[in-house]
Design a protein around this ligand. Structure first.
Ligand code: CXF
Ligand code: ZN
Length: 372
């Protein structure tokens, strides 16, 4: 079997809190239900940085869960894809549980072990370093690498004329934001939306608000340059969260009524409290920003009930990836979903700089380009 091993270069997260280490590793060929993808580039999402630093995550591990590349080998049982297909790699789901069978793969009953377990569902891994095995299959891909193994399910075929180097973020962050507005909240023509946090997820939500014809799109953030970009991408109003009371400002913009929809893409207590308070009667608040395990929010239940308000959590924008990712690519081609405005490309050798620029807010969406 040794002669089948593929030489790869990958960014390895060796220990919690440590940097990414770019290393030469060996990768086994695909199993029958897998494809081998030559990764062209992979987006970096905050979940990668959380996983890099979390003591409870398996280490060492190859992270990366917004891969884009070309199928180079297919396992014997693969039917959806062929060698040469261009693919975006998305989150991993089992395909067998009640949620998956209902067409709601982002609520797959096994999504957490499949995305964060550092191995396949059966516990096996396929990546080898000089010092021993390295965890892989992060989100069913581990795409901070020149080559990655993905399942037929989470490798999404995309148009060959689309700019493959930029497409990785369509695997997670962009559908999370856009899908929250389009699929989950179902924001409609003339309605009002406030988005807390204008990172990649929040900016995608703002762009989607414009796409669906929301009349009032309010972006809230702490960074001036992001608020300016949010305005260019569709926000009708921008609120600097450092200047005065955000809830009062949203109420003033909406004539005292509040908004039809709010979306928290920050995960911070303050933004979450505001996202609830700004809701109009019959309004809905969506949470995509994540929260530490066990985090609680307080809610005035009388206010919730008498206003017929809704609060809901959203994962991956309720996307059915095989449909939603190509749809966003077509909208991008038409100039109606200009996510390239968020992206800065870094070489794999500069992945630690990319992580730093993401954490300081300098770069909204780093994309890591693999050496060829
Ligand atoms: C999510 C994806 C699905 C499980 C929980 C976390 N984050 C993506 O970056
Ligand atoms: Zn992500």
């Amino acid at each position: 079997m040794a002669h089948d091993l593929i030489d790869i270069t990958a960014a390895v997260s060796r220990e919690p809190g440590g940097p990414f280490s770019v290393e030469a590793l060996k990768l086994e060929p695909p199993r029958p239900d897998e494809v081998l993808v030559r990764v062209v580039a992979a987006g970096m999402c905050h979940t990668d940085l959380m996983a890099k630093d979390a003591p409870h995550m398996p280490h060492p591990m190859v992270l990366g869960h917004e891969g884009a590349g070309v199928v180079e080998q297919v396992g014997s049982a693969v039917r959806k894809l062929e060698v040469g297909d261009h693919v975006v790699l998305t989150f991993m789901f089992c395909g067998r549980c009640a949620s998956c069978l209902k067409g709601e793969p982002s609520y797959c009953e096994r999504i957490l072990p499949l995305c964060f377990g550092g191995a396949r569902e059966d516990g096996s891994t396929s990546t080898h370093g000089v010092a021993g095995p390295v965890h892989d299959h992060f989100f069913g891909q581990s795409s901070f690498a020149t080559w990655a193994l993905a399942s037929e399910r989470n490798a999404i075929k995309v148009a060959k004329d689309a700019p493959l180097e930029l497409l990785g973020p369509l695997g997670c962050g962009l559908p999370t934001g856009a899908g929250s507005v389009i699929n989950s909240l179902k924001v409609g023509v003339g309605q009002s939306l406030v988005v807390f946090g204008t990172g990649a997820v929040g900016m995608a939500a703002v762009m989607a608000g414009r796409l669906v014809g929301a009349a009032t799109i309010i972006a809230v953030d702490l960074v001036d340059s992001r608020l300016a970009l949010a305005r260019e991408l569709g926000a009708t109003h921008a609120i600097d969260a450092r200047s005065g009371d955000v809830v009062e400002q949203v109420m003033a913009i909406t004539g005292g009524r509040g908004v039809d929809f709010s979306l928290d893409a920050t995960g911070t207590d303050k933004a979450i409290a505001s996202a609830l308070q700004v809701l109009a009667v019959r309004g809905t608040c969506g949470f995509v920003g994540g929260a530490p395990p066990g985090a609680l929010a307080s809610l005035d239940l009388g206010w919730l009930m008498t206003g017929g308000r809704t609060v809901r959590g959203i994962l991956e924008g309720d996307a059915v990836p095989d449909q939603f990712i190509p749809a966003l690519i077509e909208l991008h081609r038409q100039g109606r979903f200009p996510f390239d405005r968020l992206v800065k490309v870094y070489d794999l050798a500069d992945i630690n700089q990319a992580a730093h620029d993401s954490e300081t807010g300098k770069t909204i969406k780093p994309v890591i380009r693999m050496p060829s």
